[in-house]
Design a binder for this molecule. Structure first.
Ligand SMILES: Cc1ncc(COP(=O)(O)O)c(C=O)c1O
Length: 403
């Protein structure tokens, strides 16, 4: 008899399965309620109502007005809109003020997601902005004083992620928010504060007034919602311009026919994340702590990357001496277990993780990391099965390497 292979998913930071309750709310909008929300007839109005309901859920989640939420295709798009749209907004203000000739200055960190980093690099290359990439401390946390020191006369935007997607470390967003609010009291051109909160939504307080952010990025597929949809919170009166031209949807900031089922799914995913945050936090934290303590005890030559305390409850990121990350990932995959490695693999070219390099690891070490991220469907049996498999794979790789 053919036995179905056991499969265990421990890569929740990469994406999450769709919650069946989210899927159930989305389903009618693929078929019987298929209208275009911009249409004036009843089909359109039915879809429009669903989009506005989702906008209300998102507004409740972030503690803002529905008119301060726009829907996008995900965090990559939201982050591009932030970095480029704020720069364009500033440039058009400059045209009005002929005396000011300074190029806009943006502050971000060395370990942001690649969509933020490459949007910044592009502006830099095109001579449209000057960028400061803040260093990160060994523990994987940005230093507030360092951020303060980086602020200049021409700083228009500070963009710092809430939680790092590789090592799960939590950044001092509230403190930086307070600092910027204070600095803004004595400035003509206000500094805009953005956070990419993609990895924080499931577990941390994301009320924008508590954080002090003007812009906040979220993505549905990291919170048990569908792929290809996200949102951006934009505080009222924030000078940001569209980067995509078209029919003027989403208050003129994001043209393109709404992904109605996706938006409905995002709304429901946010509602569930809010309701179930405490419960899910406890479940994954207990399992993650069990995982870390067993691995540290039972495998020699292992190191946990990033702060143990200032860390999201579902993330563990290790380096195993004499066992490469890719080798571990493939060995575990053969056993049906899905985890992730820090290094980005593009066109067969293996580059070390920019996140691990930013926290001071060597190039060699930065190749060897293994990221394990748990979720609300993870069980203790799965964690224990994973640890036993990991022990075997590490031993095998070390034997091959002659260690
Ligand atoms: C911190 C962070 N920002 C942005 C993204 C990109 O999100 P999306 O897949 O919605 O474009 C991700 C997901 O990989 C992420 O973890």
């Amino acid at each position: 008899m053919h036995m179905k292979k056991k499969r265990i998913y421990l890569d929740y930071a990469s994406t999450t399965p769709l919650d069946p309750r989210v899927f159930a709310t989305m389903k009618p909008y693929f078929q019987e309620k298929f209208g275009n929300p911009m249409s004036l007839h009843s089909f359109g109005q039915e879809a429009s109502k669903a989009v506005e309901k989702a906008r209300k859920y998102a507004a409740d989640f972030f503690g803002c007005e529905p008119s301060e939420i726009i829907f996008t295709s995900g965090a990559t798009e939201s982050n591009n809109l932030v970095i480029k749209g704020v720069t364009i907004g500033y440039a058009s203000q400059l045209k009005k003020n002929k005396k000011n000739k300074l190029k806009p200055h943006i502050i971000t960190t060395q370990f942001e997601h690649s969509c933020v980093l490459s949007a910044c690099k592009k502006l830099e290359e095109q001579g449209m902005a000057e960028i400061t990439y803040l260093p990160v401390e060994k523990e994987g946390v940005v230093n507030i004083k360092e951020a303060q020191r980086a602020i200049k006369k021409n700083t228009i935007l500070v963009s710092i992620m809430y939680v790092n997607n590789e090592i799960g470390t939590i950044q001092p967003i509230k403190e930086i928010g307070k600092l910027i609010t204070k600095i803004n009291e004595n400035r003509g051109t206000k500094i805009i504060f953005h956070t990419d909160a993609v990895q924080a939504i499931n577990y941390l307080d994301c009320k924008v007034d508590n954080l002090g952010t003007d812009l906040l990025t979220a993505s549905a597929h990291k919170i048990y919602g569908p792929k290809g949809v996200g949102c951006l919170y934009i505080r009222k009166n924030t000078p940001i311009r569209r980067i995509q031209d078209g029919g003027g949807h989403e208050f003129g900031l994001r043209s393109g026919t709404h992904n109605v089922p996706g938006i409905v799914g995002l709304g429901m995913a946010l509602e569930l994340a809010d309701k179930e945050r405490k419960k899910n936090y406890k479940i994954v934290e207990k399992l993650r702590d069990h995982l870390i303590s067993r691995i540290m005890k039972e495998i020699k030559g292992v190191k946990l990357n990033g702060s143990k305390i200032k860390r999201i409850p579902n993330n563990a990121n290790f380096i195993f001496k004499d066992a490469e990350g890719e080798g571990l990932l493939l060995g575990l995959d053969m056993k049906g277990i899905a985890v992730s490695t820090g290094s980005a693999c593009s066109a067969g070219d293996l580059r070390p993780s920019h996140v691990l390099l930013a926290i001071g690891l060597s190039e060699e070490e930065s190749h060897g990391s293994l990221r394990v991220t748990l979720g609300k469907y993870t069980t203790k049996q799965e964690v224990d099965y994973f640890i036993n498999a990991l022990k075997e794979v590490v031993n095998r790789l070390r034997k091959i390497a002659g260690k």
